[in-house]
Design a protein around this ligand. Structure first.
Ligand SMILES: NC(=O)c1ccc[n+]([C@@H]2O[C@H](COP(=O)([O-])OP(=O)(O)OC[C@H]3O[C@@H](n4cnc5c(N)ncnc54)[C@H](O)[C@@H]3O)[C@@H](O)[C@H]2O)c1
Length: 359
């Protein structure tokens, strides 16, 4: 293996360009080539980064001897493109969602085992320092018994956004609307912090956009550890405000807004005596947050590449040390399964049991 891992990008749209920036920022990675079925898109990105453009992925794999392919195509193509790359000998970093149905996800996991390649699924907000800090405290059981976990995604996408690509807002290629596309980040964080989701009950609708899939949804969750939670999400909430993840336990609570820790209060830090009714004074541990303009709440292109770079770096380490990336294929399946459960519940009006809650 050469000093720098050789990277190729499959799909040169909004997120492909961000992958190029993230790869370029890492000394351990070298962007070698990009491919897109629209030649001008491949040429434009290739020119910007002085790499080789392709219109055919097979040709790129045959000529470039890549170590890693990053899959940045529409969501319903991730499986086919990741499988093609692994069978050509590449490790893969797959954009979220891993895929839009569980049968294809199983195929991806099967090919990964068969080829012995590594797979990471992008969930870049797991690498935000606020999320890392709260996750460490959950691991250390500092919140006590977790009882409630909420994710609120009050975002905005215009009709032009949905019209900007024929795949957007379709069941066949986007795999869903606000949940599968925009909210999967927060749903992944919620289940990473609170534990596996056992069952869901949900409503959804398409209230303001011309598209097939939902632009508003609400779900009640039961976690495997007995805690209860909610997911409420929309892309019709003009002008789009920060996502909010709330974690409550009987020894502490945390709120992450945008990607900042807005509130953290742990019983272990309370020096005063707790009053008869359990009341205490507000603590200095409540940390105020700066609103981040780079959350994608109103503009999908307005996200930074830093956390993508951290996740790509995590994958490089996994490849070099023969380890496991933080978000591997099994981890990538969990939020998709929750979302598909929500869709099924909203369609049938019934509670849906999530089958891998025990994994
Ligand atoms: N992690 C994040 O924050 C984030 C943000 C935006 C998008 N995404 C994900 O990235 C993926 C792409 O989204 P986007 O907004 O960049 O879409 P996009 O439409 O801007 O780009 C997709 C590109 O893939 C190309 N393409 C289609 N078929 C191809 C093929 N067979 N071979 C090569 N290229 C092909 C298209 O021509 C297009 O240029 C989606 O799955 C989306 O969910 C993730």
């Amino acid at each position: 293996m050469t000093e720098q891992l050789r990277f190729g990008i499959v799909g040169c749209g909004v997120i492909g360009a961000l992958h190029a920036k993230a790869i370029r920022s890492l000394p351990t990675a070298q962007l070698v080539s990009v491919v897109d079925v629209i030649p001008e898109r491949a040429q434009k990105l290739a020119q910007e980064y002085s790499v080789t453009p392709y219109v055919d992925a097979q040709e790129m794999y045959a000529k470039e001897h890549l170590d890693v392919a990053t899959i940045c195509t529409p969501s319903g193509m991730h499986g086919a493109h990741a499988i093609e790359a692994m069978q050509a000998g590449c490790h893969v970093i797959v954009e979220k969602p891993m895929e839009i149905n569980l049968a294809t996800i199983e195929k991806m996991l099967h090919v990964q085992q068969e080829t012995g390649r590594k797979m990471a699924v992008i969930s870049q907000h797991r690498f935000d320092s606020a999320t890392q800090q709260v996750h460490k405290l959950v691991d250390e059981q500092e919140f006590g018994r977790l009882v409630l976990g909420n994710a609120v995604i009050p975002w905005w996408r215009s009709q032009q956004y949905y019209d900007s690509g024929a795949w957007r807002g379709t069941w066949a290629l986007d795999g869903g609307g606000v949940l599968m596309n925009q909210s999967i980040h927060s749903i992944d964080l919620l289940q990473w912090l609170m534990g596996h989701v056992k069952s869901v009950y949900a409503y959804m609708d398409t209230l303001t956009h011309r598209m097939e899939t939902e632009d508003v949804a609400g779900a009640v969750l039961r976690f495997a550890n007995g805690a209860i939670g909610t997911i409420t999400a929309t892309t019709s909430g003009y002008p789009g405000t920060s996502t909010r993840i709330e974690i409550y336990g009987d020894k502490g609570s945390a709120i992450i807004e945008g990607d900042k820790l807005k509130h953290l209060h742990l019983a272990r830090d309370d020096k005063e005596e707790i009053g008869f009714y359990g009341g205490i004074k507000p603590k200095a541990t409540d940390s105020g947050a700066q609103e981040s303009a780079k959350t994608g709440a109103a503009d999908p292109a307005a996200i930074g590449s830093d956390t993508h770079a951290l996740q790509i770096d995590d994958m490089i380490r996994a490849i070099r040390d023969n380890g496991t990336p933080l978000v591997d294929g099994i981890a990538g399946r969990h939020p998709v399964e929750i979302i598909l459960g929500i869709y099924e519940s909203a369609r049938t009006g019934k509670e849906v049991i999530i089958s891998t809650a025990g994994f």
